[in-house]
Design a binder for this molecule. Structure first.
Ligand code: N01
Length: 546
């Protein structure tokens, strides 16, 4: 039986309504920036493509993350696709760091401009994906009971798409509304006059706290770990800003590499340690400039503790300068991990918010959170009466969305079982045992380090070029060699171990999720784009194509 016949038979047995089985060449799961571009490129190849998206619209993370203050942390002019010069000319960002509604509009504009919506099934979640070796096809089943059979499956399910909802004792008893920043309701949430708590002080918390503080009667922030945050200096964009960015973007497309904060440059390991004064002056300049540029101040800032220590001290000094209450300033100052090895936060007035009389920081390291009650939150020493609770507690990052589906590859092996000791993917693109299944910005690729839109573009272009070359050669099956994948993941681990990245309990290594294996997931080495381009040129070295 082919995959299509199997799917029809299963649906006849299980479904009350007539089975809906569709066949196509490629199925794309997720309609965020990776997914919609994949649909576009695959269709350009002349393939029949079906997209599946759990949300009611395109946008991925920008569809779900509607919390007050949500905006990009890469300048908007670069937080954009580079592949369409027409789109670049037609779209005009209003601010240096665009807010969520504008970024969502951009994704919608792309979907409309390139007629992508008709290919996408919205409000539909993939539950299982099964590989059938005989027919060389994937059968995906959805929560609507439908099946899609496709030769190729592209998982563009996002790195930060499955919210981490911590099991706080008593949470279900709370009488007021509980919001998660990553699943924010549509429509206006009015906190005015309310007693609100935010749990979590990562990028989401840091962005939303100043906005909620503007309207709430009382805001209590429960912090477990303080974060390094730098000012965005957000401002309207001028025509001159737009014109200045264009050559940089054009150069990026040519060079395949982009200067991004968070990446470790090639000269990191033999760069000198600058004098403290030299460092301090440079950090001052970059602090005034705003944004994540501080992480590009010196090539070895993410590899040399002596350099990084000065940067940490600089940010702590800034916090002390802004926050008037000394105890609060100390609690807000990170001291036990280097700067930049958790994603740096880019804020608008975050630290100054704690000077407002109705805003209080509760340091959970001093007074642990005991329970959520019917009326609020109790720590070891105090009770806080609340009207609403906001969980800014992050995501089951990088693997969460893939683990949420039952994906069974060759010989029925499940992806969850294959990744029981941590994720593994050759170049972060494909997994041995899972033929014809591509992962956009998967673990083992730079993905979340730097600019994710550019990372998505890079992967989508690589995948579509690969499929084009297979078609030209009459090939229909691709899978990475097990040894090539093992070698790559060893290299990913080695690249991280040569930096300061492993020195923080970050979501980069799964540390925020209880029981998740500790594996450093993003690739922080150099020249990734060149490397995967070379592998393609060498007839897809490390892949078995037939
Ligand atoms: O999530 P996080 P996020 N009790 O995991 C705390 C991207 N992003 O949504 O550090 C109490 O960083 C947790 O504490 P700790 C960006 O890449 C980008 O903020 O685990 N606290 C931490 O403080 C970012 O890195 C933007 O000790 C608990 C917080 O919750 C990534 O998404 C905006 C807890 C979670 O921080 C994730 O950011 C937003 C518990 N049980 C997000 N569990 C832009 O700027 C967790 N915490 C584009």
């Amino acid at each position: 039986m082919t995959g299509l016949e199997q799917a029809s038979a299963a649906d006849r047995v299980n479904g009350a309504r007539p089975p809906a089985v569709a066949e196509c060449d490629a199925v794309v799961v997720g309609a965020g920036f990776g997914g919609i571009y994949a649909i576009y490129r695959l269709r350009q190849l002349g393939l029949r493509v079906i997209g599946i998206e759990a949300g009611a619209d395109v946008g991925g993370t920008w569809y779900w993350n509607r919390y007050p203050g949500a905006r990009c942390d890469i300048p908007s002019l670069f937080y954009s696709y580079t592949w369409s010069p027409e789109l670049r000319q037609e779209w005009r960002w209003s601010e240096k760091y665009a807010a969520q509604p504008e970024i969502l509009d951009y994704a919608r504009r792309v979907a409309d401009r390139f007629h992508l919506r008709a290919a996408i099934r919205f409000d539909t979640r993939v539950t299982t994906a099964d590989w059938d070796e005989a027919s060389r096809s994937w059968t995906l089943r959805t929560d609507r009971g439908d099946s899609i059979v496709a030769s190729y499956c592209v998982m563009a399910t996002g790195n930060l798409s499955v919210p981490n909802k911590p099991k706080l004792r008593g949470l279900e008893r709370f009488g007021g509304p509980v919001y998660h920043t990553g699943q924010w309701p549509h429509g206006e949430i009015d906190f005015s006059g309310q007693r609100v708590a935010v749990i979590g002080t990562g990028s989401s918390g840091v962005q939303t706290i100043p906005l909620i503080a503007k309207v709430a009667r009382r805001l209590t922030v429960f912090q477990r770990t303080p974060n390094y945050s730098v000012p965005s200096r957000n401002a309207p964009l001028s025509d001159a800003d737009v014109a200045a960015a264009e050559p940089v973007i054009a150069k990026y497309r040519e060079s395949l590499e982009t200067p991004e904060f968070g990446r470790v440059p090639a000269n990191a390991f033999d760069a000198p340690v600058p004098e403290r004064d030299v460092q301090w002056t440079r950090y001052e300049e970059l602090w005034e400039q705003g944004g994540g540029g501080i992480l590009t101040a010196f090539p070895n800032i993410l590899t040399n503790e002596a350099v990084n220590d000065v940067a940490c001290e600089f940010v702590r000094d800034k916090i002390r300068g802004i926050v008037k209450d000394e105890t609060t300033a100390e609690a807000l100052s990170p001291k036990d991990y280097p700067l930049g090895v958790k994603r740096i936060c880019i804020d608008s007035d975050y630290f100054a918010t704690y000077n407002l009389p109705h805003v209080e920081l509760v340091d959970l390291r001093e007074e642990p959170l005991e329970a959520v009650t019917e009326t609020g939150v109790a720590t070891a020493t105090r009770s806080f009466a609340l009207d609403a609770l906001v969980l800014a507690t992050g995501y089951d990052a990088m693997t969460g969305a893939l683990a949420a589906m039952e994906i069974r590859g060759r010989d029925g092996t499940s992806l969850k079982a294959a990744w029981a000791d941590g994720p593994s993917a050759y170049l972060g693109l494909m997994v041995s045992g899972f033929p014809n299944l591509f992962v956009v910005t998967g673990p083992g690729s730079p993905s979340v380090i730097g600019n994710v839109i550019h990372a998505c573009e890079n992967h989508v272009e690589w995948i579509t070029a690969c499929l084009e070359s297979m078609r030209a050669k009459g090939l229909t099956r691709i899978e990475p060699e097990h040894d090539a994948e093992r070698g790559w993941m060893a290299h990913v681990a080695d690249a991280a171990s040569r930096t300061l990245y492993p020195k923080a309990n970050s979501w980069y290594q799964g540390a925020n999720i209880t029981g998740k294996p500790r594996v450093f997931m993003p690739y922080v080495g150099q020249g990734y784009r060149h490397r995967i381009a070379q592998i393609a040129q060498r007839d897809y070295e490390g892949f078995i194509r037939r």
